[in-house]
Design a protein around this ligand. Structure first.
Ligand code: PBG
Ligand code: ZN
Length: 326
């Protein structure tokens, strides 16, 4: 029988920081992080996003500076979102050769060839109605949307993206993207799929940042119901069967159980997206003096890693990397 109190005293291993370090089960590293950035047209543009203090709309030249800073802090990857010059019904700039993401990819890869540049592949930032696909008869039409999303992925890869990350939640998009990339000579570009992405209130600040709030209806017809866990495993399994190289759970905090279950079931790298609302909550509370920012951020990121994520996509990446160095 295992020892119990008073032979066993759990506090013995909590006595000093050195002992605690020795028995610590989870260690964060800047290498775990992907730093998301919002890129916009222009030069010298660095406009703070009001709902996300510390995050900016960046023109490609400023995005290079930001990526450089991330790299100097040991962060290996950035994730790009585009703010287009113009939005239309079919999200044309998402797959335009000279679209904003394509420009930013070329600028960052040109200046920092070692930086892993991941691109978010979706239509919602580029459509005037704000949905992640095209609208036919008032509905988001799956198969036509998938064609355009695959086209966007190929154009990102052509611009030099290292990894493409489809976030639309259309059925069959991972397979379509794989096929289109392979046909376009991009068979070495991995797909990180937003496999289990929930219809979440925690995307609120992002939609302000990207101007991508749906102009009618909501995303519940394609993003997942927050009440479902088994369905997430089916979504992940499907994406793997279609050729996903990395799978993602999003958001992270309200879905740590999904991360843990995915970790038990699948052997692919798992990414978790610590989304805009999760970031803004801590920022707001810290600014009010209600939470210690450093401790609450590190505890949050540790929980995501402890749940089983290999990769954490987070707006806190630069701060956390700095704190990890101290
Ligand atoms: C685009 C996309 C969204 C996010 C990532 N890609 C918004 C959405 O689906 O509404 C959310 C990121 C965040 O909240 O930080 N489909
Ligand atoms: Zn979208």
């Amino acid at each position: 029988m295992a020892a119990t109190y008073p032979i066993l005293r759990m506090r013995r291993l909590r006595k000093t920081e050195a002992v605690r370090q020795l028995v610590r089960e989870t260690a964060l590293s800047p290498q775990d992080f992907i730093y998301p950035m919002f890129v916009t047209h222009g030069k010298g543009v660095r406009r703070e996003i009001s709902a996300m203090p510390g995050c900016y709309h960046l023109s490609p030249d400023e995005a290079v500076r930001e990526a450089q800073e991330a790299q100097s802090l040991g962060i290996p990857a950035v994730l790009l979102f585009g703010i287009p010059a113009q939005k239309d019904g079919v999200g044309s700039e998402a797959y335009a050769e000279n679209g904003i993401v394509q420009q930013a990819v070329r600028a960052i890869k040109g200046a920092l060839p070692e930086m892993v540049v991941v691109t978010d592949v979706c239509l919602c930032e580029y459509t005037d109605h704000g949905h992640c696909g095209v609208i036919v008869d008032g509905h988001v039409e799956n198969d036509r949307s998938v064609e355009l999303i695959a086209k966007a992925a190929v154009s990102h890869a052509k611009a030099g993206a290292d990894i493409v990350a489809p976030s639309d939640m259309m059925d069959g998009r991972v397979g379509a993207i794989r096929k289109a990339l392979d046909a376009g000579g991009q068979s070495n570009v991995p797909i990180m799929s937003y496999a289990a992405k929930y219809a979440s209130a925690f995307f609120g600040p992002f939609r302000e940042a990207a101007g991508s709030t749906p102009q009618f209806g909501d995303r519940r017809g394609y993003q997942m119901d927050p009440a479902n866990a088994r369905e997430a495993l089916r979504e992940i399994e499907l994406d793997i069967s279609e050729g996903a190289d990395i799978i993602m759970v999003k958001p992270a905090l309200a879905y740590l159980d999904i991360i843990a279950r995915a970790r038990q079931r699948f052997d692919l790298p798992i990414a978790a997206y610590n989304v805009s609302g999760e970031y803004s909550m801590l920022k707001a509370a810290a600014r009010n003096g209600w939470l210690d920012e450093r401790r609450s951020v590190m505890e949050t990121l540790t929980s995501i890693k402890r749940a089983g994520a290999d990769i954490i996509i987070t707006y806190h990446a630069k701060d956390a990397a700095r704190w990890l160095r101290e």
